[in-house]
Design a protein around this ligand. Structure first.
Ligand code: TA6
Length: 305
């Protein structure tokens, strides 16, 4: 569907509209009560979320749609595996739906919220990548919070070992003044460590003075991103259907190696806190069953500061 068809079918007044992005592809724009979010049909990737005028997500200034490369920033959808493929490193990292065009399947709006659903599915050509058949949809709901629901349906006859992530890049004023709270006591895999079998214990809040790349296991609690947000409030991340949380900042060397962050200091203004099922937290999805991974982001005042 082109943008005109999308608007004919799914526009909801000013709350849900479609346009061609200057990044080079079609996007949906949700607007409600002074906030807005933009979602690319490519990868069903949220590219931005302006909450009452403040941008809450980080997007590389080098981001372009329509290339073979996943867009750096916003909320990449990692599916049907997280990270390098568990058995074949030649397969694309973070699965194979980030660079595919998803179809819009539903939209809605009311006084308090606007919502859109995009979907894609495995195809006959995917068997070499993924020997199962499945469908996946992402529903984005914008209101006073931003909620993302990633639903997987096992449409085949074999159980699916599923890992996945909403790989969210949050914008922060300064990584050196950023703290991730409420993971105290959680066990984690340190992806930068030399022993992948080691399980470390998080003691105290997470702060950043080097590259951090950790998969927190059994992490079902709400997570607080305290970064003296420009809004003067903290961001709370609530999840459902998620057993893992990944915390990542590439720091200086990896930022340079990645080459698509938009400059050597880009790491100072972002942190990834990803709502996931990853590492030991593999979801075994029986034939015909569904699984929903949900993340909700909301700003709260720093009452307890
Ligand atoms: O979630 C953290 C991570 O797995 C890092 O190891 C880094 O690779 C990051 O994802 C980005 O991955 P990408 O494939 O988008 O470059």
């Amino acid at each position: 569907m082109d943008v005109a068809d999308l608007n004919r079918t799914f526009q909801r007044h000013d709350a849900v509209t479609f346009e061609m992005s200057p990044l080079g592809g079609p996007v949906a724009r949700l607007r409600i009560a002074g906030s807005e979010t933009t979602i690319a049909l490519q990868g069903a990737q949220v590219l931005g979320w302006r909450h009452k005028g403040t941008e809450m997500l980080w997007l590389s200034p080098m981001a372009r749609l329509g290339t073979a490369k996943a867009v750096r920033g916003g909320v990449p959808v990692c599916w049907p595996w997280f990270g390098p493929h568990p058995a074949d490193p030649a397969k694309p990292a973070h699965g194979f739906v980030r660079t595919r065009d998803w179809a819009v399947t539903a939209s809605s709006s009311d006084r308090l919220a606007a919502s859109i659903t995009l979907a894609t599915a495995t195809g006959p050509g995917d068997a070499a990548l993924f020997p199962h058949t499945a469908a996946v949809s992402l529903t984005v709901t914008l209101g006073d919070s931003l909620a993302l629901s990633l639903e997987t349906r096992n449409t085949g006859a074999t159980d699916i070992p599923l890992t996945q992530a909403l790989h969210t890049y949050f914008r922060v004023p300064d990584i050196a003044a950023t703290v991730v709270e409420s993971l105290t006591g959680a066990r984690y895999i340190d992806k930068l460590g030399d022993d992948a079998s080691a399980r470390h214990l998080q003691v105290g809040p997470i702060t950043f003075d080097r590259e951090v790349d950790r998969i927190y296991l059994g992490a079902t609690q709400s997570i607080v991103l305290a970064s003296a947000q420009a809004t003067g409030r903290h961001l709370v991340i609530e999840s459902e259907g998620s057993a893992s949380a990944i915390v990542w900042n590439p720091w200086i060397d990896k930022t340079i190696r990645l080459g698509d962050m938009g400059g050597p200091n880009a790491y100072r203004h972002m942190v990834c806190i990803e709502t996931a099922n990853a590492g030991d937290d593999v979801v075994n999805l029986p034939a015909g069953e569904r699984h929903c991974l949900r993340a909700t982001y909301r700003l709260v005042s720093m009452l307890y500061e």
